[in-house]
Design a protein around this ligand. Structure first.
Ligand code: SF4
Length: 352
């Protein structure tokens, strides 16, 4: 691989979206010139730490992984890219032992690229009869097509939808505060709690697993320093009760972003539509930990929801962003003019 440093423009937002839209099926835009790469195996990959956005660098925002990772460069450049994109699932020996003991493997699936890649790789190790897919339903704050994407890419596996007892906005209104990265009630109350409840229920209904469960999640070290420190396989004392033996496993913890997309491509699948629309992550549309680039992109794609977030911020006197800057300030997009200023040009936002 060429080790010369490159100066690379932003990957997310309107420019990425514009380049991605020009690509056909199975193509991805070159990170440098934006041209469609038709043969990804012949492309090179570059490691990018900061995609050029002055707001979202690693030091100022450790949660902004949006610009970090490997990105494809090509198509003219010769490459050993496929060698660099080796599958690197964690803890394979321990997992094979748990599989052979008959454990149930539960795939926590958001509909995003990491869950999709995790599913592809876990299915290579574990037979389908030992796999269950669970999706936490966060009504009104996530992207259209999440469940359809999961159904389309997990064919043959049972799927359970875990519904929380309250919605995201009910939680915010009740507390008159947004969740924060330190106190993520959104994750604990709306995702983890309902998913664990469904796993317990499923184990009760399926005694053949004898309470042995491996809870699989798609977190990756590359995403943030906090995630990099996570144990990739951990016995859960909290959940190992009432005859259950429960492990939490992060199968794709070592994978880089380009490896994730490559795994999906190699499996003949496509990722959720939001990536081609310019988002670097599929999460809540306006995740409390989103990068500025993703927030700007989401503001264009989900104008009504963006307006709801901004109006709620003003009414409760508390901002989504922990620095105290309102969403309009962070994105530079006021809710009432329906237009965004990007790359020095005024651009009409796309509707939902
Ligand atoms: S995606 Fe972000 S906002 Fe949504 S539940 Fe997770 S941390 Fe909270």
């Amino acid at each position: 691989m060429n080790d010369q440093p490159y100066t690379v423009g932003p990957f997310s937002g309107p420019r990425y979206s514009y380049n991605a839209k020009r690509c056909g099926a199975g193509e991805t835009p070159c990170a440098i010139c934006g041209k469609a790469i038709t043969d990804i195996d012949k492309a090179q990959t570059v490691c990018v730490v900061d995609g050029g956005d002055s707001w979202g660098d690693v030091d100022s925002d450790p949660y902004d992984a949006g610009y970090m990772g490997l990105h494809f460069v090509g198509p003219e450049l010769p490459s050993e890219a496929s060698e660099a994109l080796m599958v690197r699932v964690t803890n394979q020996a321990e997992i094979e032992e748990l599989r052979d003991r008959g454990a149930l493997f539960v795939l926590n699936h958001s509909g995003g690229k990491d869950s999709q890649t995790m599913t592809i790789l876990v299915r290579k190790l574990v037979p389908d009869r030992q796999i269950l897919v669970i999706h936490a339903v966060l009504e009104g704050v996530v992207w259209e097509g999440d469940i359809e994407q999961i159904e389309a890419t997990t064919e043959g596996l049972p799927l359970i939808l875990a519904h929380p007892v309250k919605t995201f906005f009910e939680m915010v209104e009740r507390r008159q505060r947004w969740p924060s990265p330190q106190q993520r009630q959104c994750t604990s109350d709306l995702k983890r709690g309902p998913i664990e409840r469904e796993i317990r229920r499923y184990l009760k209904q399926h005694p053949e697993y004898r309470g042995l469960v491996v809870n699989c999640m798609g977190m990756r070290a590359e995403e943030s320093p906090g995630r990099a420190k996570l144990d990739t396989l951990k016995y859960s004392k909290r959940n190992s009760k009432a005859g259950r033996e429960w492990y939490d496993w992060l199968p794709i913890h070592k994978l880089m972003t380009a490896e994730v997309f490559e795994t999906i491509r190699a499996a003949g699948q496509t990722p959720h539509w939001v990536y081609a629309a310019g988002m670097t992550r599929l999460s809540c549309c306006f995740c409390i930990m989103a990068s500025r680039g993703d927030l700007r992109c989401a503001a264009g794609l989900k104008q009504d929801l963006y307006r709801r977030y901004v109006e709620t911020e003003k009414r409760i006197g508390h901002t989504v962003n922990m620095t105290g800057r309102g969403l309009e300030d962070v994105t530079g997009i006021p809710v009432d003019n329906g237009k965004a200023v990007t790359d020095g040009k005024e651009e009409k936002l796309e509707g939902t």
